[in-house]
Design a protein around this ligand. Structure first.
Ligand code: ADE
Length: 249
């Protein structure tokens, strides 16, 4: 396995490059790709920046130029379900591009000529990611996040969920947007801006992939403030600890 690890923002991948053995950096198309050994795994880390096009390009370059055989995307997301709270972890089973609509030529959400609207993640990779996430909740949280911070974010017993994630080129910050998305996609757990683009690229190129997201906000009117606060303080320890557990599993 040669594993591509993508995040949109530096905080979502904080410390991974420093943890790499023999890191080797190469710039391609405005992004820095760092290859090396990450806890025994041959890995390439890269920041995609925000949005579906940026994420799709990053995934395609990882496969075509850096010859990764598997991809994981790690980052934060907004909750799209009352049962999914800030600090919870969502591992995607499938992903949909919620802003894709070529109707009436094709059904709503369907990506033309693939016949699909939902792209499924790889079960083995996702199981391994979910195992790492659950271990973090059980054993890691207390070690990397101070009790005061955990209390401030009400992280005392976060939960891990598996299911549908939707991606679009929009930051969702109004309750009405979530209500509309949920009406069309009742199983929806979380919203973000990259995962489903990576999913389509991986589907087209035949690359197994997984997406893991920590919930930073409730995708409501407080979302921007909550997102900034979460990314600054909590996203890094989550990402680092979960990725370490994933690699060592
Ligand atoms: N990523 C984190 N929170 C988000 C939100 N509310 N909308 C879109 N992407 C997000």
């Amino acid at each position: 396995m040669r594993l591509g690890i993508i995040s949109a923002l530096a905080e979502e991948q904080h410390g991974l490059i420093e943890a790499m053995e023999g890191p080797y950096k190469r710039v391609h198309g405005m992004r820095e790709y760092t290859a090396g050994k990450l806890w025994e795994i041959d890995a390439v880390c890269v920041l995609s920046r925000i949005g579906k096009v940026a994420a799709a390009m990053t995934a395609a370059i990882l496969v075509e130029k850096f010859e990764v055989t598997h991809i994981v995307f790690t980052g934060v997301a907004g909750s799209a379900d009352p049962e999914v709270n800030v600090g919870d972890i969502v591992v995607a089973e499938s992903l949909v591009q919620h802003d894709f609509d070529a109707s009436p030529l094709f059904p709503r959400y369907q990506i033309p000529l693939t016949g699909l609207s939902h792209f499924e993640t790889d079960v083995t990779l996702s199981d391994r990611m979910a195992g790492a996430g659950q271990q973090f909740i059980e054993h890691g949280l207390g070690g990397v996040i101070s009790p005061e911070t955990a209390h401030a974010f009400r992280l005392n017993k976060p939960r891990l969920h598996r299911g549908l994630i939707a991606s679009g080129d929009q930051f969702i910050g109004k309750r009405g947007q979530v209500t509309q998305l949920k009406a069309a996609l009742p199983a929806l757990l979380a919203v973000e801006m990259e995962g489903a683009a990576v999913a389509q690229v991986c589907f087209e190129l035949g690359i197994p992939f997984a997406v893991i997201r920590t919930i930073s906000d409730k995708a409501n009117e407080d979302a921007a403030t909550d997102f900034m606060h979460f990314v600054k303080t909590v996203a890094s320890p989550y990402a680092f600890d979960i990725l370490q557990r994933f690699c060592l599993a």
